[in-house]
Design a protein around this ligand. Sequence first.
Ligand code: XMP
Length: 509
Amino acid sequence: TVIILDFGSQYTQLIARRVRELGVYCEILPYSAKIEEIAARAPKGLIFSGGPASVYRAESPRPPKGWQELRVPVLGICYGLQVMVEELGGEVEAAPAREYGRARLRVVADDSPLFKGLPREFDVWMSHGDRVRRVPPGGRVTATTDEALNAIEDLSNCLFGVQFHPEVAHTAHGRDLLRNFVIDICQARADWSPAAVIGAQVERIREAVGERGRAICALSGGVDSAVAAALVHQAIGERQTCIFVDTGLLRDGERERVEDWFKNRLRLNLRTVAAGDRFLERLQGVIDPELKRRLIGHLFIEIFEEEARRIGGAEFLVQGTLYPDVIESVSVRGPSAVIKTHHNVGGLPERLNLRLLEPLRELFKDEVRAVGRELGLPEELLGRHPFPGPGLAVRIIGEVTEERVRILRAADRILEEEIRRAGLYDELWQAFAVLLPVSTVGVMGDERTYERVLAVRAVTSVDGMTADWARLPHEVLAEISRRLVAEVRGINRVVYDISSKPPSTIEWE
Ligand code: XMP
């Protein structure tokens, strides 16, 4: 294990992903973690992340007392380097000019193990306003840029620091540097693989559930719940029952697809609940997006609860919680505002007196896909675009009615077909249609029409946190628009959403 201490950098998760890509298990802990908590994990090394603070300010975040006594190699990145320098008796000051973006790095210590095998000059990515003024006793400079010293090390204590960000893609040789640290210097074992994860989780699930215990799982059709269910299936087979709630707000053919994947191919114990009417009824007259989300969330829980009681006898609830949801995010600037209430089954375990099984709690999304692949889940399922829990309801602006769901579902199918036909599906984070509560005048076959406007949204993104609107080829947009108006009754105009996130969000509600 390698422990990453988070000082609030936007790149902390990226560091963890890079380390995992090397096949080494790592965990992120907040900088305020107790030293015993760190020691209990017997780490082979520590990484101090970057962060927005300045070390010379009062109350700047510091690593827990006693970190040096752990006697393991430490790599400080950006703020992590600066905080290390301060702790070791060096000095950090505000730089005359902030350094952002690309810089040319020159390695000046030929025998530095951190830079072993790397070119003596390469481009690195910087983002900082402070710099090291005095190297702590025992330390030496190992690399510089035009502006200042950029990397230092204290070999006798196995301490390393870099001012640039080796974890970002723009830094050439960043991966090699991290490999030098994690594999050569820390000597961490590279035994983290999908097969190893499955083996360990299956064992853990069996141990938790015992010989006779039973579990239930809410399948959504998305990647996370699918992989979680498949893992639990591997461990306890028929003793897991999966519940799939057809909210009536799903994509065209979704119910059949889910039944085919999970019941026919993966042989999971699957129960489908048809609840479209109940959702439509509950949504009558509702326009406010947050109210919509809450009502759908509550009804989903009600239905799941009914079904769980009907099945009876389960003590465990399977959930596809991922690592990014678990990491206690370090906030140096106060709590963030609620933008959208996300759909989840929070609160269920207490009400049903269920214990949680979360076999994906330690995984990033790309690792979940790799585990799913190893478990034999269909590629079509693993590669699908995200779909919001509240479904098509948050893509129908205004009141949700049966007719509007019909229109949007037909439009969504055509859009996906055309995106796939153009070979763009895998390049996009999401592509979907939004039905607007606006009618406009059109002309079709010499007749005046007065019908709805449909918005098309396609975005690229790495993690859904930020996104850019996709520059779809005009011919593709033309064909999408042509087919939508020709084939979906009720639409006579198509517009393309050209907003990025931020300031917009991906979904419209
Ligand atoms: P926004 O609209 O917040 O969406 O920019 C970011 C990503 O999250 C998806 N999304 C949801 N996913 N339950 C989910 O599981 C939800 O309630 C939900 N709402 C939005 C959205 O599709 C996008 O990928």
